[in-house]
Design a protein around this ligand. Structure first.
Ligand code: PRX
Length: 656
């Protein structure tokens, strides 16, 4: 693990309080109100969460125990019976929201669809009945590998309706990566589509599923359900593959929600860590429902008249929590967009905001930096006056990008919520509540009520104000991950053993460096492990190294992140070739493509540097710190006395 270092944002002193008008209408409407909520939650977390569970969610049966905490394993609302789709759909049908837009969808080619709560409920029930017909039962795992179309959300909700566990795999992952995830989760069924639109081209999703399942590679998968989207030719295997549009007409729109135990598994979502293969992060039902519900309500300050748009893909946790479950549980109108800025329409994001009068907009710093690069004339030539609140997630935002976002997109009068959280945390953990907390550009500000973060050293001793350290969470919360699928030991080791328990209390180790300033504001400084963040996508350097080493020409590889103006970081790989292999441009290209095939285009190295040897300590550990410095093109000023052979460094700088 590397020691977090304090960066230049230490100098950032600007403070932006919410406008009086915004605060007045907000769910949490003053700093005082936030502090009261925070103190109340801190004093008696269980009482705080139990009250919210009672008032915000509908239950089939009430829980008997709010929190059963046997570190690191938590059970929330044990004994309760609930179904998240009842809270996301059925309960709204009993109100005027029945005919409110639940999901507004815009396709990349410009087609669109709006589903009211009643319509979405109907489609989810039909889809759920189709799953039943294909023999999917409560507790079974279902893989979802979809483009950004309404059926992606419908498929997730349909699984949750009948108690099947979904495992969504981002459509940008390769067939290999999909296969690994389906295998690990022992999926019974895969839901996909013929293809999806991505930058004016078709992503052939069904072909990738065929590859992933070829030669019986995932024996647990019995059926594949295919949604028609792009209409290109695909092969359907008669005994295995089924078209959704052929099944749908025969499906009843009646499908009662399965009463789930609070702790029944809702979904698995794979994420990268510093060691080994991606981990299957497990989230369960009631706690996740409550946590995504209340964070959505207070952080995005949702009003019934709002059109809310989160630009994430449903293949990531942000899509799960803040496109699907959180907004729908609140009865909000959530917008889903298939497209991305592309040559044929670089201003498409602003077109969508203008077309639907989007009020709340949530995106990633890397997207904001791309928008800056494309030029302000694009947003400036659209009417963005409907916007009233902006959000960011996924990586630290540099103050300049924050200021641009505020000025150009927000027109100077939208609060910005910089939300820090992770796949593992289920929902946002550190964030301003927009009507209450004055913001500082580049800071995620203060913890959500009920969340007790700290910055500590490796012994668990809290850092002084403005001193860098490791970010930890000191009390369990309802949205926390429960385990790593099939590997509870890895759960314990990855998150609960880096920092020794404090006064017998276990702390959650987030893997991020942070500092807390004199006002108690948190400044996240990025990962402290071997995880890199490329355009908001989290990648394990080990995973990319394994992919490289699986190529017959490669003997050894070391991957580091290199700072990139737009993507935050990009992938830089040092490669040592097998015996007689000669380095060449063609080989570098082939290796890049090999990584794309093994993991996906998001992991493609931007540079391969061939080397004769890697810098190692006398005990044989690769000195990644040095490699990062070399990749960034900087002078090595740090201590290299533990390095076995110093001449290696010069060679690495030039490559062979
Ligand atoms: O390093 C932090 C960064 O993203 C990591 C979590 O990645 P993932 O599980 O893919 O989830 C991303 C979306 C929730 C964190 O460990 N990160 C996320 N949000 C922020 C952030 N870093 C700084 N500021 C943020 N707002």
């Amino acid at each position: 693990m590397s020691q977090p270092t304090i960066e230049s944002i230490l100098q950032e002193k600007r403070l932006f309080p919410p406008s009086e008008a915004f605060a007045k209408a907000a769910h949490v409407n003053s700093l005082e109100a936030y502090k009261q909520l925070y103190e109340k939650a801190k004093l008696d977390p269980q009482k705080f969460w139990a009250e919210l569970a009672e008032t915000e969610l509908d239950w089939f049966e009430k829980w008997h125990t709010v929190l059963d905490w046997q570190p690191p394993f938590a059970k929330w609302f044990d004994g309760g019976k609930i179904n998240i789709t009842y809270n996301c759909l059925d309960r709204h049908l009993l109100t005027w929201r029945r005919n409110k837009a639940a999901l507004i969808w815009e396709g990349e080619p410009g087609d669109s669809r709006t589903l009211t709560y009643a319509q979405l409920h109907r489609e989810v029930c039909q889809f759920a009945n189709a799953l039943k017909q294909l023999d999917v039962q409560k507790g079974d795992r279902v893989g979802i590998y979809m483009p950004m179309i309404p059926e992606a959300a419908i498929a997730m909700l349909a699984c949750a309706r009948i108690g099947a566990t979904h495992s969504v795999v981002f459509g940008g992952f390769s067939a290999e990566a999909l296969r690994d995830r389906l295998k690990d989760g022992q999926a019974k069924l895969v839901i996909t589509s013929d293809g999806g639109w991505r930058k004016d081209a078709i992503v052939p999703l069904k072909d990738q599923v065929d590859k992933a399942l070829a030669d019986g590679a995932v024996p647990s998968v019995k059926d594949v359900l295919v949604v028609k989207r792009t209409n290109q030719e695909i092969t359907m295997q008669p005994s295995r593959d089924h078209w959704w549009h052929e099944l749908q007409p025969g499906m009843s729109a009646h499908c009662p929600p399965e009463p789930m135990d609070s702790e029944d598994m809702l979904f698995i979502l794979y994420t990268s860590g510093s060691t080994g293969k991606p981990k299957g992060v497990v989230h369960t039902t009631a706690g996740y429902n409550l946590y995504t519900h209340i964070t959505t309500k207070w952080i995005f300050d949702l009003k019934d008249t709002d059109v809310y748009w989160c630009t994430a893909d449903v293949g990531w946790i942000t899509g799960h929590s803040y496109i699907v479950y959180g907004p729908l549980s609140n009865g909000a109108t959530t917008l889903m967009y298939e497209g991305a800025p592309r040559a044929s329409n670089p201003g498409c994001i602003w077109d969508v905001i203008q077309k639907y009068g989007v009020n709340v907009f949530y995106t990633a710093p890397t997207a904001i930096r791309t928008f800056i690069k494309m030029g302000e004339h694009l947003p400036m030539s659209r009417d963005l006056s409907s916007l009233r609140l902006l959000g960011t997630v996924g990586e630290p935002i540099n103050p300049e990008a924050w200021m641009w976002y505020q000025r150009v997109i927000g027109g100077g009068n939208c609060p910005i919520v910089d939300t820090w959280w992770q796949t593992e945390t289920g929902g946002v953990m550190i964030t301003p509540l927009p009507g209450a907390v004055p913001t500082k550009p580049g800071s995620a500000t203060l913890p959500f009520p009920g969340i007790i973060p700290d910055v500590v050293d490796l012994d668990g001793t809290p850092a002084a104000d403005n001193e860098g350290g490791y970010l930890v969470i000191k009390h369990p919360w309802p949205g926390m991950m429960r385990t790593v699928f099939g590997d509870p030991d890895r759960f314990r080791k990855s998150y609960w053993e880096h920092i020794p328990p404090q006064d017998g209390k276990y702390v959650y180790f987030a893997g991020d460096g942070a500092r807390r300033d004199e006002d108690g504001y948190f400044w996240i400084m990025g990962r402290v492990d071997d995880v890199i963040n490329v355009a908001g996508h989290r990648l394990g350097t080990m995973e990319i190294e394994s992919a490289l080493v699986s190529h017959p020409s490669v003997a050894e590889a070391a991957v580091v992140g290199r700072p990139d103006e737009v993507k935050g970081e990009d992938v830089f790989a040092f490669v040592i070739l097998e015996g007689a292999q000669e380095p060449s441009e063609a080989l570098a290209k082939a290796l890049k493509q090999h990584v794309v095939n093994e993991i996906g285009a998001i992991a493609r190295p931007s540079e391969i540097r061939f080397a004769e040897a890697l810098p190692k300590t006398r005990s044989g550990k690769i000195m990644r710190r040095l490699l990062r410095t070399i990749a960034a093109g900087q002078e090595i000023t740090s201590d290299t006395s533990t390095l076995e052979d110093r001449s290696i460094l010069d060679k690495l700088r030039e490559g062979v």
